[in-house]
Ligand binder design. Structure first.
Ligand code: F6P
Length: 320
């Protein structure tokens, strides 16, 4: 009898999702499992929007950003009826389980199905890096590299015009993109949702630099810590400097995955499929301490993935 496994990508897309789909599909093919893809995340599972994925269907996608299965933040799946019909469709399609590629909200959805008796294994994939138990999630490295490239360019302008630039990067609840892009570009100030800061302190910091004739500054702010536009307006009102803001936005989500994300996605995709085929459920595959691990899904979505303390300390030491 054919063995079938479902797969979907959900939530904000992340570069490397396609590499994960490819790894899952090819690993499955190597052990005689047929992959069934569902389009637009959990919406596709609720509506039974299915497509069969074979080894050839995933050719040439490893290096592509986005997701060939498309993604969505499903509202209908959040309802009791939506959850039930998603579970029914898994059974109706004769699937032995489901692979969920996504971040916090998506793995929460996977966990709910697992609680209903559907075998689910996740693949940790989100630019936000907000899943507990992993060093990095798929898409984070690409997003940070995009931010680094943009901030380097903005620094040229800041220096040429002696301006203060406030650059807003993505990250609703997690400041990892801000922290790592700020550290890698030598930002003067990095503002993240996890660490409290005061606006008057920012002004005092900038004022000291202005007195010392350092006129250009880069401030990186995570979207969850505040708005770049508001902060630059505040700085302009308080100091004799020219402040400008740039919101990087969705450029951080798309584009070709980095070497790191390609390999991580391939390793985690393989591990997730083998775990599901081996009878595991309620776990998420990703990387910790340089190894691929299967992290308990409930812990992954309920515990907070804290900023790396050694990087926060390093930033404080070198950003003067
Ligand atoms: O979760 C990834 C993310 O890009 C966040 O950093 C951001 O807050 C959010 O998605 C934006 O969501 P949407 O694409 O639904 O507007």
């Amino acid at each position: 009898m054919t063995r079938n496994v479902g797969i979907l990508t959900s939530g904000g897309d992340a570069s490397g999702m396609n590499a994960a789909i490819r790894a899952v599909t090819r690993t499955a093919a190597s052990i005689g499992i047929q992959i069934v893809g569902f389009e637009r995340g959990f919406d596709g599972l609720v509506n039974n929007a299915r497509t069969e994925l074979g080894s050839r269907a995933v050719s040439g996608i490893l290096e592509q950003g986005g997701t060939i299965l498309k993604s969505a933040r499903s509202e209908v799946f959040k309802t009791e009826a939506g959850l039930r019909s998603a579970a029914e469709n898994v059974r109706a399609n004769n699937l032995e389980g489901l692979i969920v590629i996504g971040g916090n909200g998506s793995q929460t959805g996977g966990y709910l199905l697992h609680k209903l008796g559907i075998p689910v294994v996740g693949v940790a994939s989100t630019i936000d890096n907000d899943l507990f138990g992993f060093d990095y999630t798929i898409g984070f490295d690409t997003a940070v590299n995009v931010a680094i490239d943009a901030i380097d360019r903005i620094r040229d302008v800041a220096e040429s015009h002696d301006r203060v630039f406030v650059v807003e990067v993505m990250g609703r609840d997690n400041g990892s993109i801000a922290l790592e892009s700020g550290l890698a570009t030598g930002a003067d100030i990095v503002l993240v949702p996890e660490l409290p800061f005061s606006m008057p302190d920012i002004i005092t910091h900038l004022q000291g630099d202005v007195v010392a004739r350092k006129m250009h500054h880069i401030i990186v702010i995570a979207e969850g810590a505040g708005s770049a536009e508001d902060l630059s307006r505040y700085i302009n009102a308080k100091l004799p400097v020219e402040a400008r803001s740039t919101v990087l936005g969705y450029v951080q989500r798309g584009g070709k995955p980095t070497r790191f994300d390609r390999i991580l996605a391939t390793e985690a995709g393989e591990a997730a499929l083998l775990a599901l085929a081996g009878g595991q459920s309620g776990v998420v595959a990703g990387t910790r301490d340089g190894h691929i691990v299967l992290q308990d899904a409930l812990e992954a979505v309920t515990k907070r993935n804290l900023l790396k303390p050694q990087l926060v300390e390093l930033l404080n030491r070198v950003s003067i």
